[in-house]
Design a protein around this ligand. Structure first.
Ligand code: SF4
Ligand code: SF4
Length: 178
């Protein structure tokens, strides 16, 4: 009996909610005339960002590519004369991307970031294959301060190994041997 009463109560509450919304003024946002501003953490078009000093953040470590569940990121690593790595080419196939954000999570340099810009649809599917020149932007995205090479354990103009911010001195691996 009590379960029947609860069922009636649940039904009545459902109908009450429907009834209440019958008299509410509808809110219709006409897209594309009206474009809602999405939160900065929205997951849409991917960009490759730069360090605050303007350098490319990506060090072509392949972590984003390895973690991507649909294998839509590919690249080729290269090295500058000073030892700094970069992506000779970098490609994302947005026709496959599911905007899960795992690449952004995996990236140690904060290079790859998802942006709120979602208007990327194309009739020609091949236009959804973005190359490095389409992905690389001139700003830092959401992470304005981070500069991987100031923490990365490599010699820079800021200092030698172990001399950067919050960086430990290099460990002598032979000291760990039995
Ligand atoms: S958002 Fe997800 S699916 Fe898209 S490139 Fe990144 S890891 Fe791959
Ligand atoms: S975008 Fe980030 S995770 Fe991907 S290769 Fe470059 S540095 Fe590595």
């Amino acid at each position: 009996m009590s379960s029947a009463l609860e069922a009636v109560k649940a039904l009545a509450s459902g109908f009450a909610t429907t009834f209440k919304h019958l008299f509410r003024k509808p809110i219709t946002e006409e897209y594309p005339e009206y474009k809602r501003t999405l939160p900065v953490r929205s997951r849409a078009r991917i960009v490759l960002t730069r360090d605050p000093d303007g350098g490319e953040r990506c060090v072509a470590c392949y972590l984003c590519s390895a973690v991507c569940p649909v294998s839509c990121i590919s690249m080729q690593s290269a090295e500058r004369e000073d030892g700094r790595r970069y992506a000779a080419w970098f490609r994302i196939n947005f026709a496959r991307c599911i905007y899960c954000g795992l690449c952004e999570e995996a990236c140690p340099t904060s290079a790859i970031q998802l942006s709120p810009f979602f208007e990327t649809c194309e009739r020609d599917i091949l236009k959804l294959v973005y190359e490095k020149e389409d992905l690389l932007v001139s700003h830092q995205g959401k992470d304005r301060e981070y500069n991987f090479y100031k923490y990365a354990g490599v010699v820079t103009e800021v200092g030698g190994k172990g001399e950067h911010i919050k960086e430990d001195r290099p460990v002598d691996i032979k000291s760990n041997m039995p």
